[in-house]
Design a protein around this ligand. Structure first.
Ligand SMILES: *Cc1c(COP(=O)(O)O)cnc(C)c1O
Length: 373
């Protein structure tokens, strides 16, 4: 196809043709029986992908940041103490967001490419009584993956609600929300879930729903308030239409198709595919004398890679060369290191040919730079 480029950024990603077809189907009423079924199926399938059978799923029109906002709006009351475990750009965003709802925020930061150690987190939880803590499963600015399991355990031990920003992980990395004791896990459609941008998705545990029910003050955000949305989600799951704000009819139809494809592949197979392709990608990248930002394999994400330029490569020349290739990659995101690294997304429908094409484009670009006068 003329002008066709391979989109290898950490969202939006390459989407399956079946998903795009669903998006292009004629828009129905949000109360049409087919749409009610799509919405209900999607809410139910989300709980399978998240592995949270007891959870409450929400599908909202908006981006991943709205999904983050839903946690702040519904779970924080002015004066509540919140702990943000930050492994990069999106941790900083979460701290700012929670402050808007009046939270008293403490932040634990890692160096770029590293994680915050569990002992540092536990010490903070021992010293202070927090209502909620957030962490980023895969930080899109550093390619660092945090293991949610021990953080879920700490949340239970110290009775703190745990919020997982899974925008760059859900449906790409291992996810066992209920077993791990994660109280809210959120994402957006355009990343590993594989649907064009426009849906904020989350699953909340019964404990998170109780924390919201037991609020003493009203939710300070009209659109995000679960008082409006919980009855809508319950109605669609029970096969009835209900209205608060018009749902994204076409996007929800596309979501149903994508979730069906995800479950047909099976979460274990899907995670294994992401792991194998990410490992292959990292090996080939290292052979080209690049260095990965995550300091070791155990904390390297399988959905994207953040890659430092070697001294021998001029970053802006490299990005200029890549822009002329048939593969689209992303620049750095951390403000302090922006020109020192670049990022490649490898999630969702990604296959071995995509990995090979991306490596080839990077190799060609480097060779062209070497041949410059
Ligand atoms: C992309 C991303 C977000 C923000 O999502 P938007 O859809 O751009 O609002 C938040 N957190 C993480 C980890 C992300 O990767």
């Amino acid at each position: 196809m003329k002008g066709r480029k391979l989109l290898m950024i950490p969202g939006p990603i390459e989407f399956e043709p079946e998903v795009l077809q669903a998006l292009g189907a004629p828009t129905t009423s949000h109360t049409a029986p087919d749409f009610i079924a799509s919405f209900g199926n999607s809410l139910r399938m989300m709980k399978k992908v998240w592995e949270c059978p007891d959870g409450q799923s929400f599908i909202m029109a908006g981006s991943g940041t709205l999904a983050m906002d839903m946690a702040g709006a519904n779970l924080i009351e002015p004066g509540d103490k919140a702990l943000v475990i930050s492994t990069g750009y999106f941790g900083e965003r979460y701290a700012e967001l929670l402050k808007r709802y009046g939270a008293n925020v403490s932040i634990l930061r890692s160096e770029p490419g590293e994680t915050v150690s569990l002992s540092v987190i536990e010490n903070a939880l021992k010293k202070d009584k927090f209502k909620l803590m957030t962490f980023t499963h895969v930080d899109t600015s550093t390619g660092v993956m945090v293991n949610p399991k021990p953080i879920g355990e700490l949340g239970r031990k110290y009775d703190v609600l745990t919020v997982l920003d899974g925008v760059c992980s859900v449906a790409g990395e291992e996810m066992r929300q209920q077993q791990w004791g994660i109280d809210m896990a959120l994402t957006a459609s355009q990343k590993a879930i594989g649907v064009p941008p426009g849906l904020a998705l989350l699953v909340a545990s019964p404990k998170a729903m109780d924390a919201w029910k037991n609020r003493k003050t009203p939710v300070g955000n009209y659109y995000c308030d679960w008082t409006h949305w919980l009855p809508i989600m319950q109605a669609y799951e029970e096969g009835r239409p209900s209205y608060f704000g018009t749902p994204s009819v076409n996007l929800v139809a596309a979501l149903e198709v994508s979730l069906k494809m995800i479950l047909a592949e099976g979460m274990e197979n899907r995670v294994a595919r992401h792991k194998a392709l990410a490992k292959e990608f990292r090996e080939k990248i290292r052979e080209m004398e690049f260095r990965m930002m995550p300091v070791n394999e155990d904390i390297s994400a399988n959905t994207l890679s953040a890659i430092y330029f070697p001294e021998s490569i001029n970053a802006s020349e490299f990005m200029g060369g890549m822009a002329k290739s048939d593969v689209i990659v992303a620049p750095g995101l951390l403000p302090e290191l922006k020109s020192k690294y670049f990022r490649v997304g490898h999630m969702g429908s990604v296959n071995l040919s995509d990995i090979v094409s991306t490596i080839a484009a990077i190799e060609n670009t480097i060779n062209q730079l070497k041949n410059l006068p």
